[in-house]
Design a protein around this ligand. Structure first.
Ligand code: FE
Length: 337
């Protein structure tokens, strides 16, 4: 009898101890909704947990689904952080009141001002450069200069473009509107459409495949797609050209994050956000997708660095969100499908 009781006590003690151990190991946790896929985020979360003891739980989905979910959950959301690509999407989340303003000296120091929200609702964590890729057998790079110049008649039937339905070229045109105004930008977009060698294509990779196959000579893509394609087939006659180096600079966008307005673990979530901008996590964040670190003190991956350095457009990418609707309407008017 006594023996049995003792074993019960022991079992209870054991249970209590292991329960306690689990809970002290993860005294804090952060819940992340991420439009970046698992393989692009898990390495940093694991490193963060190892360094801080804070556990990270995450759900991945398309950005639209995550925004809808945050809206529907309202105050009851379990999410502390939203991670997504493109300033347009983060701007939309902020506008819908889903993110809180975060004042952090670490974030201000690690992230250049043009790559974070002026109201501090979201912060860039990696940089994606949208640039010109050309066929090395058909184009003399000294003939290339700017995005705007691709509207010139000398590129007639030589240009391929990705569809206007995807946010990437919407953001590019939005930033162009911020710089030149609507009338001037519409002239450029109309010129591009007049120069198309083929109907707009489904994605950046397909556009480059058309250029490589000689069906057009130039296109506009995010460099990580170029990196992926060249890794698969290094002999393709494709090269990168950095446009607008004597004026506005290369159009850049971000993937980034914000803390949800109804976060229950605000302190731990800010700690994670700061960690993601730090030296330790920046290469993990950028290199896995052949993007550029947002923190200018960190060198990109050697493969990416070999594409050369370039001047970025220093205008705040919040404009990509603010002018997105204007850009979409303009592209539609100009016949850009
Ligand atoms: Fe992409």
């Amino acid at each position: 009898m006594l023996k049995r009781k003792a074993s019960h006590v022991l079992a209870a003690l054991f249970f209590f101890n292991s329960f306690f151990a689990i809970n002290t190991a993860y005294a804090e946790q952060v819940v992340v909704y991420s439009a970046r896929i698992e393989q692009l985020i898990k390495p940093m979360f694991d490193a963060f947990t190892k360094d801080t003891g804070i556990r990270v739980r995450y759900t991945t989905d398309k950005e639209g689904a995550l925004l809808a979910r945050l809206k529907a959950e309202g105050k009851n959301t379990p999410a502390d952080m939203l991670i997504t690509a493109d300033a347009g999407n983060l701007w939309e989340a902020a506008r819908a009141g889903l993110l809180m303003s975060v004042n952090s000296e670490v974030l201000s120091k690690n992230i250049p001002a043009h790559l974070r929200d002026p109201e501090n609702a979201w912060f860039g964590l990696s940089v994606r450069a949208r640039t010109i890729v050309y066929n090395t057998r058909k184009v003399d790079p000294t003939d290339l200069s700017t995005y705007e110049d691709l509207a010139d008649a000398k590129w007639e039937k030589r240009l391929c473009l990705r569809t206007s339905k995807k946010v990437y070229n919407q953001s590019l045109v939005a930033m162009m509107i911020a710089e030149h105004g609507e009338a001037e930008s519409e002239k450029v977009v109309r010129g591009w459409i007049a120069n198309l060698a083929t109907d707009p294509l489904s994605d950046d990779t397909r556009a480059m495949e058309f250029v490589a196959a000689g069906r057009c000579d130039v296109t506009l893509v995010n460099t990580y797609y170029y990196g992926r394609l060249m890794k698969k087939d290094p002999n393709l006659p494709l090269a990168i050209f950095w446009p607008n180096q004597n004026n506005s600079g290369v159009h850049v966008n971000i993937s980034g994050a914000g803390i949800t307005r109804h976060s229950k673990n605000e302190k731990a979530a800010i700690k994670l956000l700061e960690y993601l901008s730090s030296k330790k996590a920046q290469n993990l964040f950028a290199d896995v997708n052949m993007e550029y670190p947002v923190n200018p003190e960190i060198e990109p991956d050697p493969v990416v660095a070999a594409w050369g350095s370039f001047k970025q457009n220093p205008m705040n990418i919040v404009k990509a969100g603010e002018l997105q609707t204007t850009a979409v309407k303009l592209m539609d008017r100009a016949g850009y499908r």
